[in-house]
Design a protein. Sequence first.
Length: 738
Amino acid sequence: MTERLEFTTQEKEETLALYQHIREQIASSLHEGDEERMRQLMMSALESQQVNRNVFGLNPILLSFQTAQLVVDEIGLRRDGVLAVLLRPNVEQGLLTVDEVRTYFGESVARILHGLQRIQDLYQKNPVVESENFRNLLLSFAEDMRVILIMIADRVNLMRQIRDVSSTVLREKMEVSQEAAYLYAPLAHKLGLYKLKSELEDLSLKYLEHDAYYHIKDKLSATKQSRDAYIQRFIQPVSQRLTEAGLKFHIKGRTKSIHSIWQKMKKQKCAFEGVYDLFAIRIIIDTPLEKEKMHCWQAFAIVTSMYQPNPKRLRDWLSVPKTNGYESLHITVLGPEQKWVEVQIRSERMDEVAERGVAAHWRYKGVKSESGLDDWLTNIRSMLETSDGMEAMDQFKMDLYEDEVFVFTPKGDLYKFPKGATVLDFAYHIHSKIGNSCVGARINNKVVTMRQELQSGDQVEIMTAANQKPKQDWLNMVKTSRAKSKIRLALKETQVKEGLFAKETLERKFKNRKLEMDESIMQVLIRKLGFKEVSDFYRHVASGELDVNTVIDRYIELQQGDQPVTGNNVAESAANFVLDESKLPHQAIQDDVLVIDRNLKGIDYQLARCCQPIYGDRVFGFVTVSGGIKIHREDCPNAAELKKRFGYRIVRAMWSGKGSSQYAITLRVIGNDDIGIVNNLTSIISKDEKLILRSINIDSHDGLFSGNLTIMIDDNTRLEGLMKKLRTVKGVKQVMRI
């Protein structure tokens, strides 16, 4: 709850002083008219009799000037970032709109303010602040990197100012401190803002664990003089030996932060006195690139010859750098007075890389980092450190988490999805039953379809219906493998139920027409009707898309040799068929065999499409009611039934000389869905001049592919050779003729 209180004289004086300092620091980056508008803003603030203070009773206008100083001095932001900070209280209190800011100060300032507003809206949804997802969401939510930098600086400033606030807002103080520890300190560390990160950690420890903080602080104060003296005693002889060796270098000695010491005390379960590495010595060598390793190892040899090293504490990231690019030698040695001292040895270049965030301290302590962070951080640090970079940041858009979106449930729970994920993905993430019955959703209280793509920050409430069922096209609506697998499972269960119903219906119809269903003929019919899976066929029957009577009629046609014949016409037509022997070669007449020859005139015969016979196959002829003959392979799926039911219509057949004919055959290929496998298959065919690939149809599913290749080929000998070659392709599991 905020109060409207008087703007004190002390606050006005401090605001004026801060304004002067900020104006001087960013003068070179200001546009024409900016300084006059800034002065008007400052004077308007100073003339205010009263101001709406925050929950801690702090003046938001003064806070904005303090934060502006921090982003200038500690982070290096200039015109756009500073103006956004100073204008923020006016926008939040409704005295100025973002559109007015855009008109007066430009698009870049307005964009930063818009981002700050979005972050503020995000807080209203109250997610768990220590969640890694929430930290990532903050990063992805900010349209401009400076939004996050300003948020960090604002929290550092707030943590500085609340040290003396009333105990009546103790709970709010604790919440702010927890957010500093769980959210803003890790963000600052990721961005290489080490000084601000340490300050946030120390201040949060000060407020959250008061006794521990002051215990360590008092101990450090009591031992500072002796510690500084000890560092000098350690450094002095090392410096002398390094100088004598002809090395150019400088040495840093730093005391660990209070927060870091406290973490060590908890981890090692020891008192302050038990933390032996309260400080670290860093030897930084000025050397050319080609001599870096040699000089670092030379310095290492000098240090370890002077002080006893601990072999278990040697870390050689010089010979084999860490995956993040970090290079350094770390060794712990037993210094004067038998005290352990950590020594880090690196070149100027290595130190620069480490300090710029590519090898942030939390990384080389073993904490796992997000993929893609290294180059991104380096780029950001470079932008912050150069004037050209500051200008480039006006166009800078965050892309670290461009492949992820973060959304909320109505209760405020946060979930992460890949970019492009839909409402249906969200529904299946909650529960399979929710996904199966999903009909849409309310996103930010607006009704949308299940196809709607999710955006970071969306609040999603799924709508369901009892009569809803998963459909095949749902697989094209979802992005996540989790949703796809659940949809496939639901479809499979539905198909089993529908398949049983459809099969029972079909069998009943067959019995009504006094027919027996032969599974082999039915399998051929299903393929002829264009279905790759039996389940698809029965699903179409169950839904009524495929008429049962039509199926039975086609079955009878297939059973009788692919010709539309009925009743007694079969026997009559067969009886009336006479083979004109005068038009057959003499050998065929003698052997009572039909000789298949392209040059044969007067005999109407065709190669059956069900088995696609080619030269060299063992074949037979089947007399159709139209007087023509169908040539089938002996191993044709229909052969057994044709011979059993219509044996009187079977004609022996043989091939004549091969000639130059080519025949169409179809090969079924099954294998692993590897990159380039289709190209490997087709290249084998294309290399043979006597083979022609007429069509290819490939389908991929769950890491496997299956496909049909239709090829023009001379004879079965060449076919067997081709199949043998195709089976040698890596990843191919099965090649068969259909």
